[in-house]
Design a protein around this ligand. Structure first.
Ligand SMILES: [Zn+2]
Length: 61
C-alpha cells in the first residue's frame, strides 16, 4: 500500500531528495537551520520554498 505512505509523506526536501510527513518537515527544516544550510522544500500544498539559513546567503541570487 505504497499509496498511503506517499499520501502521508506529503512534503519533500529537494536538498536531501527525501520525502517527509508534513508533521516531520518542520523538524527537518530546523535541522538544516541548525547546520546553517540552505534547503529547498516542497510542501503539501505544492508550494516550493527556498529557506536561506546559510550565513551570508543574502548575496546569493
Ligand atoms: Zn533536507
Amino acid at each position: 500500500m505504497n499509496r498511503i505512505i506517499e499520501r502521508e509523506k506529503d512534503c519533500y526536501c529537494e536538498t536531501c531528495d527525501k520525502y517527509f510527513h508534513h508533521l516531520g518537515i518542520a523538524r527537518h527544516r530546523a535541522m538544516h537551520r541548525d547546520r546553517k544550510e540552505n534547503c529547498v522544500i516542497s510542501y503539501s500544498d505544492y508550494s516550493t520554498v527556498l529557506h536561506k539559513f546559510k550565513k551570508g546567503a543574502e548575496d546569493e541570487k
